[in-house]
Structures are given as C-alpha cells and as structure tokens.
Design a binder for this molecule. Structure first.
Ligand code: ZN
Length: 223
C-alpha cells in the first residue's frame, strides 16, 4: 500500500471550502450526492469497510460524480487500529484495497477516525503518521465541525448550519467535518443551507486532493 508522492503546491488563491463526509457509504450517500449535484459542488468522502454490493455501488457513484474518495479505516474500531502501527497499517491496507476493488481508484488521501490526535492513539500516532506519510499518503483533519457526530441524537438542522458557518469570517480555507451515516438525516437536511452560506460568503468548493496543503488542526470530535 503506497501512494504516488504529490507536490503539496496547491495554494488556494481564493476562499475555498472543502466539504467532507466521514463514515459512509450509507443510505444517506445518494441523498448527499443529489444535493451536491444540485449545487454543482464537489466534496470528499472518507469511507469505511462496507463490502456489500450496494455500498460498493455508492462508492462508484461518489467517484463517477467527480467527488474525492479517501480512506477512513476499514473497521473504524479505535482500540484495534490504534493498538500499534502494524495494526493500523493492516486495517488501512484493507480499506485501500476495497476502495480500489470497488471504484478502480487508488485512494491517496485519508482521515483518521477521531482525527489525527485523539484519545486512543496517544502512544502510537506519531509512528502511524510518519509511516503513512513515508508511503506517500496525505491525511486531513478539519477546522470546522458541524457537530453532527453527537452521540445517539439527531442534531437540529439549525445547529448544524450555525456550526458549519461559525468560522466563515475568519477562515480562508475551511475543511468542514460532516458524517455520511444512516442516522444522520439532519446532516442531509442542513446541507443546502451550508452550501448557500459558503456561496454567499464568496467561497469556492473543491474536493480534497493530495496536492492540497493539509489542514491538520483538529478539534475533539469522535465521529
Ligand atoms: Zn469516523
């Protein structure tokens, strides 16, 4: 599992927002894709190891509609993947292979479950990160969290929109964390207002690529 090295030369010349969806694909994926298509906006999906045919089709839909697909681990099992660099890489190899098998695309970007610095990987994250980077992968945290990962509850649409737009005046590059999961219906409902808010503020939407200078400034969020 390696990625072609990328020159991180992309300097955003205009205000740019990167919408990101973790934990999919799910029954929400086609709904999210429909909203993105309506606004002609490209985004990024960090997917996990779902191997049923429908999930693989959703991964293909993501790619075919021009969005970026990245790795978010195969198991999303914090205790397992952060137990050691070896355990992490074994898990990531599986999601790497699954994405390639499903879509024909070798993923080059990733997002750590819980972000790159979280409560589970304190003992191992430096080794994990340095090995991933050595292999040519680029990982992205976020600098805006919608808060849609809040445990077992549906976060109201208004709250999600307010959170998503909370730093719009102070950021030139916004990487917005959202979730693509069966129970995150309000995330789909909030998406149009989030997109319109960034549009009004003059932001351009883009998918994450290995060339984008990573945002690795993380907020606690365990989604
Ligand atoms: Zn996650």
């Amino acid at each position: 599992m390696y990625a072609a090295p990328a020159a991180r030369s992309t300097v955003d010349t205009e205000k740019t927002v990167y919408l990101t969806f973790d934990d999919g694909p799910s029954a929400r994926t086609p709904e999210i894709l429909a909203v993105l298509k309506k606004y002609n906006v490209k985004a990024t999906f960090f997917v996990v190891g779902k191997t049923d045919e429908q999930s693989k089709q959703w991964m293909r839909d993501i790619v075919n509609e021009g969005h970026a697909i990245g790795m978010h681990s195969y198991t999303h099992d914090y205790k397992k993947i952060y137990a050691s660099p070896e355990a992490f890489l074994e898990d990531y190899s599986k999601i790497f292979n699954l994405i390639y098998e499903a879509t024909g695309v070798y993923p080059q970007i990733s997002r750590f479950p819980g972000g790159s610095i979280n409560g589970y990987n304190g003992g191992s994250y430096e080794n994990i990160i340095s090995e991933l980077v050595r292999r040519g992968f680029v990982y992205f945290d976020w600098n805006v969290a919608t808060g849609d990962a809040a445990a077992n509850s549906s976060v109201p649409v208004d709250t999600l929109v307010r959170n998503a737009l909370s730093r719009i005046d102070s950021l030139r590059r916004a990487v917005v964390l959202m979730h693509d999961a069966t129970d995150k219906k309000t995330t789909v409902e909030a998406l149009s207002a989030i997109i319109e808010g960034y549009q009004k503020a003059g932001f351009t939407f883009a998918p994450l690529t290995p060339e984008v200078v990573p945002v690795v400034y993380t907020y606690p969020d365990f989604g």
